[in-house]
Design a protein around this ligand. Structure first.
Ligand SMILES: Cc1ncc(COP(=O)(O)O)c(C=O)c1O
Length: 570
C-alpha cells in the first residue's frame, strides 16, 4: 500500500491508498478539484510515463503546493514520490538542455547524495535534502497536510529525471509560502544581507504585498530607488514598449534612446556631458576614474599620485575601490588589499577639508546627506563652503546623489538646498524608477572629456531599454510633481514624528521624505515590530530607523503610518 505522495509539475499528488479519508485530505481534494477545473492542470492526474513507487500505483491523488518548485516555463515536469518505502522522483526540462537522468536511491547514502548534487538542475527540494540541509523528517515544513508516514530518516530514496516530458508550467497557486521561500533563500543564497522576514510578491505605489497576501506600507522604497512608487504604470508602459523594440545594442553601435537621455539630463541638470552606467557603485568608480584622469591630464598631478578626499561615515557602494575608502571596518574586513589614494575627513567639517587638500588632490567626493550612516545632515553651509574651497584649490567637487537625489530630500538634488553647483554629479537608483539599474556620472566636457574610446565602459551602460526607462522615470518625477510632494509631505511627516515621546527615541531628523529616527537602543526589533504592524522600514547602523517611502505616498497614509510608529515606539 502506498502512503507516499508524488509531486507533478510542482504539485504534490498524495497516494493514500486504502486509508480512511483524512480531513486535511478532503481539503486537499477540494483544492485539487478547484485547481483542475480552473486550470485543467495536467499535473492533477498522474503524468503519462510517471514512475510508480515500489508500493503500487497511485490512488486518489491529492494536490499540494510544493515549496521551492521550479517556476516558469522552463519547468517541464516534476515528480516526487515519497512513501513508506520512500521513493522520490523529480524531473524537469529546460528548453535546449540535453536530456539528462540521474538516479539515487537513498539520500542518506553519501554516494547517492553526491550524485544528486552533481545534477545542478535537480529539483531544489531534492538538492536541499541531498545537501543534508533538510532532513527527511523536516519535510513537514515543505509538504504540509500530508499524513506523517514514510518520512523516516532511514527510508528516503530519490530519483531525479529530466526528459522530454510534457510542458507543465507551475501555476501561481503553486507558489510557496513565506517559510518555505525563506528556507530556500537561506539554503541557496549567500548570506550577505539580513532582510526582514517578509517575502514580497507584488507591489503598487507605496504598498507591497507578501506571498500570504498581507500588505505593508513601504517606508524604504528600495533604498530610494522607487521614488516614483512601485510598478509605476507609465514607466511600465515604456519598459514594455521599448522591450518590444530593442533592449541592448552594446555601445559598439548607437541606439535611438541614449542621445535623448543625454539631452534630457543636460536640460535637467545643466551638466554638459553624461556617462551612463548601471549600478551606483559603478558610477562612483567611474567618477573616481574621471577625477584621477582629470587630475593627471588637466591639473598636472604626477602619475600615480592623485588623491581623493572623502568623508568619514561615507557610503558609496561595495566594490573594492569603493570600500577602500570606507570608514566602516565591516565593509573592508577581509577584502584587502585596497586601492590607495584616498583621505578621510570628518563629515561636515570644512576646515578639515581645507587642511586635507594637497597639490595632488584631484577631488572631494561627498554625499550631501549621508543615507547609510543614518540620514546625517551636515551643518548648514558646509556644502557651500566646501564648494568654495574646491573652486579655490582647483579640486573637483563630486556629489554622490545616488540616494539623496531625484526628489528624495524635497529638491531634485540635495546639493540644491545650498544653492551650489558641483563639478561632478553621480546619480542612480530612482533614475529608473526601480525598474532597472541605471546610473550616470554627469560633468563638464573638461572632466568627462578625459575619456577616450576604450578607456572605460560597460556592456549594459546606456542600453536603449535603460535609457527609455530612465527618460520616463524622470518625466514622472517632474510631471507628477514628486519633488514638491517630497518637500511638503516630508515636512509634515517629520513634524509628526518629532512629537513622539519615547524613552528610546534620541533624535528625529530628516529632509524631504528622508527621515532618520535615531534610537538609544538597537533598532532591529522595532523594525520587526513595525513590520507586524504593516510598515516596512529598515534599520541602518544598528540604532537608526530610516524612513524613506516612495514619494507618491499620501498624507492619509502618513497619518496611518504615524499611528503605528507611535504604537511601536512609545
Ligand atoms: C550614496 C550611495 N552611493 C552609492 C551607492 C551604491 O549604489 P548601488 O547599490 O546601486 O551600487 C549607494 C547605495 O545605497 C548609495 O546610497
Amino acid at each position: 500500500m502506498g502512503d507516499g505522495f508524488e509531486f507533478v509539475g510542482g504539485t504534490c499528488i498524495c497516494e493514500n491508498g486504502g486509508k480512511p479519508p483524512h480531513s486535511k485530505k478532503a481539503k486537499w481534494r477540494e483544492r485539487r478539484d478547484l485547481r483542475r477545473s480552473e486550470t485543467q492542470d495536467p499535473g492533477a492526474k498522474a503524468a503519462p510515463g510517471a514512475p510508480t513507487t515500489q508500493e503500487g500505483n497511485a490512488q486518489e491523488p491529492v494536490t499540494h503546493s510544493l515549496p521551492g518548485a521550479l517556476d516558469g516555463p522552463h519547468m517541464s515536469r516534476t515528480k516526487m514520490r515519497l512513501g513508506k518505502a520512500a521513493k522520490m522522483e523529480v524531473g524537469g526540462r529546460a528548453p535546449g538542455v540535453a536530456e539528462w537522468r540521474a538516479e539515487c536511491h537513498d539520500l542518506n547514502d553519501p554516494a547517492a547524495r553526491r550524485k544528486v548534487l552533481a545534477h545542478r538542475r535537480c529539483h531544489p527540494s531534492t538538492q536541499v535534502m541531498a545537501r543534508g540541509l533538510v532532513r527527511p523528517q523536516q519535510l513537514e515544513g515543505f509538504v504540509e497536510d500530508v499524513p506523517g508516514r514514510g518520512r523516516g530518516a532511514g527510508g528516503l530514496r530519490a530519483a531525479c529525471e529530466m526528459d522530454q516530458g510534457e510542458t507543465m508550467p507551475i501555476t501561481e497557486d503553486q507558489l510557496t509560502g513565506t517559510k518555505e521561500l525563506i528556507a530556500l533563500e537561506e539554503a541557496y543564497g549567500a548570506h550577505n544581507y539580513h532582510p526582514l522576514d517578509v517575502v514580497i510578491e507584488r507591489a503598487a505605489g507605496a504598498w507591497v504585498y507578501d506571498v500570504e497576501g498581507k500588505r505593508y506600507l513601504d517606508c524604504l522604497a528600495a533604498y530610494s530607488a522607487v521614488n516614483q512608487g512601485h510598478c509605476h504604470p507609465r514607466i511600465l508602459e515604456t519598459l514594455i514598449e521599448q522591450a518590444k523594440k530593442v533592449t541592448l545594442t552594446s555601445r559598439a553601435f548607437r541606439n535611438a534612446q541614449l542621445p535623448l537621455l543625454y539631452k534630457e539630463l543636460h536640460e535637467l541638470t545643466g551638466m554638459e556631458m553624461t556617462l551612463p552606467m548601471n549600478s551606483g557603485a559603478e558610477a562612483v568608480e567611474t567618477a573616481v576614474k574621471a577625477a584621477r584622469k582629470w587630475g593627471y591630464t588637466k591639473k598636472g598631478i604626477p602619475a600615480g599620485k592623485a588623491e581623493i578626499i572623502v568623508c568619514e561615515g561615507n557610503f558609496h557602494g561595495r566594490t573594492v575601490t569603493v570600500v577602500s575608502f570606507s570608514s566602516d571596518e565591516q565593509y573592508r574586513e577581509g577584502f584587502g588589499p585596497f586601492t590607495p589614494g584616498f583621505r578621510i575627513i570628518p563629515f561636515g567639517d570644512a576646515k578639515a577639508l581645507r587642511e586635507a587638500i594637497t597639490p595632488n588632490t584631484c577631488a572631494f567626493l561627498v554625499e550631501p546627506i549621508q543615507g547609510e550612516a543614518g540620514i546625517r545632515i551636515p551643518p548648514d553651509g558646509f556644502l557651500r563652503e566646501a564648494a568654495a574651497i574646491c573652486r579655490e584649490q582647483r579640486v573637483l567637487l563630486m556629489v554622490d546623489e545616488i540616494q539623496s537625489g531625484l526628489g528624495r530630500t524635497g529638491k531634485m538634488f540635495a546639493f540644491m538646498h545650498e544653492g551650489i553647483r558641483p563639478d561632478v554629479l553621480i546619480v542612480g537608483k530612482a533614475l529608473a524608477g526601480g525598474y532597472y539599474p541605471v546610473s550616470a556620472v554627469l560633468a563638464s566636457k573638461e572632466i568627462l572629456g578625459v575619456f577616450g574610446p576604450g578607456d572605460h565602459g560597460s556592456t549594459f551602460g546606456g542600453n536603449p531599454l535603460a535609457c527609455a526607462v530612465a527618460r520616463t522615470s524622470l518625466r514622472v518625477l517632474i510631471e507628477e510633481k514628486l519633488v514638491e510632494r517630497s518637500a511638503e509631505l516630508g515636512a509634515y511627516f517629520l513634524e509628526k514624528l518629532r512629537t513622539l515621546r519615547s524613552p528610546v527615541v534620541k533624535e528625529v531628523r530628516g529632509r524631504g521624505l528622508w527621515i532618520g529616527i535615531e534610537l538609544t537602543t538597537e533598532a532591529r526589533k522595532y523594525c520587526e515590530a513595525l513590520k507586524d504592524e504593516g510598515i516596512l522600514c529598515k534599520e541602518t547602523h544598528s540604532h537608526i530607523i530610516r524612513i524613506a517611502p516612495p514619494l507618491v505616498i499620501q498624507r492619509e497614509e502618513i497619518d496611518w503610518a504615524f499611528e503605528r510608529i507611535r504604537k511601536v515606539l512609545e
